[in-house]
Design a protein around this ligand. Structure first.
Ligand code: CA
Length: 260
């Protein structure tokens, strides 16, 4: 996660090919103080992502050359930058959620600028909170609470999650998790051995005012499993409790030979 201070302008990479949207969003986002870089097709988006190093990506689904979905997948291979997908048709939402794309949120065209700004702020707040907490932990005392640098590290079975560094390792191997997946894993691991209902998980990760597809949770669980489980189709760490919710298992690490 990038370190964002007050002096630095938050930069947004806007990937959009429709001029009317580009114009409106550049004006709207700049007014809010964001630095906007515009890419007009998918391959330009990938190039500009490298050079502009944005704090957030606003990504249209229907793009010339490389589709927004492929751009998102490619970025996700090496970055957990917050990504908001923009769709023209509500049918595309199924695609965004259904495929393992890795976006953090989405808006449907036409949308109100105010709604978009609220989502951008929510995502940035979550990602910068993490950074702030980390800075407080390593920085000077000031008025900030002091954190033990090892505080909050969760280690269950072969999975280790460090909330301050926003880092997850599985059997010592680093895995990249987008914000929502990270938060989901964090709440599951900090309640390991206990069943968490779907409602609790959605409430804690997406907020109590979340109005969206209930499939979102399952899709995120599926993505998480593909990253932490040895065999995602036969999960032993994140198990499904049918009709109730999910549980992160406390014992019985996969592939570990019990010596006693
Ligand atoms: Ca488009």
């Amino acid at each position: 996660m990038k370190n964002m201070t007050l002096e630095q302008q938050v930069s947004v990479l806007l990937v959009e090919d429709e001029e009317s949207f580009v114009d409106a969003l550049v004006v709207g986002l700049s007014k809010e103080g964001y630095k906007v870089t515009v890419a007009r097709d998918g391959s330009e988006a990938l190039t500009l992502f490298e050079s502009a190093k944005p704090d957030l990506v606003l990504l249209d689904v229907m793009l010339p050359r490389v589709s927004g979905i492929d751009v998102c997948k490619k970025i996700r291979k090496y970055s957990d930058v917050p990504i908001i997908m923009v769709t023209a048709k509500s049918e595309e939402i199924d695609t965004i959620i259904g495929l393992e794309v890795g976006a953090d949120d989405y808006v449907t065209k036409p949308f109100k600028l105010r709604e978009l700004l609220a989502r951008i702020r929510a995502l940035l707040r979550r990602s910068s909170n993490r950074t702030d907490t980390y800075n407080n932990a390593v920085g000077s005392l000031g008025n900030a609470p002091v954190y033990d640098s090892t505080a909050g590290i969760l280690e269950v079975n072969n999975v280790k999650l460090d909330p301050l560094q926003h880092q997850v390792t599985v059997s010592g191997r680093k895995v990249q998790l987008p914000l929502k997946e990270f938060e989901l894993l964090e709440i599951l691991m900090s309640n390991s051995g206990r069943v968490l209902t779907r409602e609790i998980l959605i409430d804690r990760v997406w907020g109590s005012d979340y109005v969206g597809d209930t499939k979102t949770l399952d899709v995120h669980i599926k993505r998480l499993r593909s990253k932490v489980e040895k065999n995602a189709s036969k999960p032993v760490l994140i198990t499904t409790i049918r009709g109730v919710g999910y549980r992160f298992e406390k014992t019985g690490s996969p592939g570990q030979i019990k010596t006693h």
